[in-house]
Design a protein around this ligand. Structure first.
Ligand code: XBP
Ligand code: MG
Length: 251
């Protein structure tokens, strides 16, 4: 019996990476006087690593071995740089620059009206979730989600299943009572690692990924007047994601 929907954030609720996080990282680097510039192409490679702090570390270790960070505490330097990035990112969201993806608002409204429980499992920083929800759905939307599992709240980020296991535990639900929504390879490894059936909505950075672990792979959630495109899986005759389709997928 489907009891809850658990949503990833970046790339799933909204297409935040290319024009949001990436831009915020570059603004933080410029503010710190660094010559680091993450192009759209390079950022696509850096998305292999989840977590902004971890992504900066990955960039330095794999693309900038020429760089020696100032001071003697690299982790502290990176954490501070990441704090600046988060400041820029939340300011970007305040401008309304990043809208919700197709079908997200409608599905959240349908789920709430039907009494389905909602949760979030994301690698991003908690303040980023609050900024996205507040500026797209209103401040009260933070209360729509029983659990907002985000960022450093778990020891291991996606692709580890920790963030989904945490949400399930906090909700007191079994994986078979829920469906997860994801957009990336790291995401599907995490949700399927927690034994969750997962609907994937691909985006520019992830459309070529292998989503064989997903229950259904779509270009987006669709709307009554704008049908989705099915990349893989059984759409049960639906043309957009609604509760009827989700109930069929959850069986
Ligand atoms: C995506 C991520 C995050 C964001 C950047 O998270 O991996 O790290 O790219 O946000 P998800 P932070 O798809 O799980 O929502 O800089 O706050 O980590
Ligand atoms: Mg994601």
């Amino acid at each position: 019996m489907l009891k809850a929907l658990i949503f990833d954030v970046d790339g799933t609720l909204a297409d935040t990476e290319r024009d949001g996080h990436r831009v915020a990282f570059n603004l933080a680097f410029a503010e710190a006087g660094l010559d680091w510039e993450w192009s759209e192409e390079l950022y696509g490679k850096l998305l292999a690593v989840t977590g902004g702090k971890e992504r900066i570390r990955y960039y330095l270790d794999n693309f900038r071995t020429d760089v020696t960070l100032p001071g003697d505490d690299e982790a502290a330097y990176i954490a501070n740089l990441h704090k600046t990035k988060t400041k820029h990112y939340t300011k970007l969201l305040e401008t309304g620059a990043i809208p919700l993806r197709t079908g997200v608002r409608r599905l959240l409204d349908e789920a709430r009206a039907a009494g389905l429980r909602l949760a979030i499992s994301t690698t991003t920083t908690p303040v980023n979730v609050e900024a996205l929800l507040t500026h797209t759905l209103g401040a009260e939307s933070m209360d729509w989600f029983e659990v907002i599992a985000a960022g450093d709240i778990v020891p291991a980020k996606k692709p580890a299943p920790d963030i989904y296991d945490y949400a399930l535990k906090e909700m007191g639900l079994a994986a078979e009572d829920c469906l997860a929504f994801e957009d990336s390879l790291n995401g599907i490894f995490s949700s399927s690692g927690a034994n969750l059936k997962t609907i994937v909505t691909v985006n520019g950075y992830t459309k070529e990924d292998d989503f064989s672990k997903a229950t259904l792979v779509l270009d987006n959630l669709g709307e009554p007047d704008k049908s989705f495109t099915v990349m893989a899986g059984d759409d049960h005759g639906a043309s957009f994601v609604n509760l009827e389709l989700l109930q069929a997928l959850a069986k």
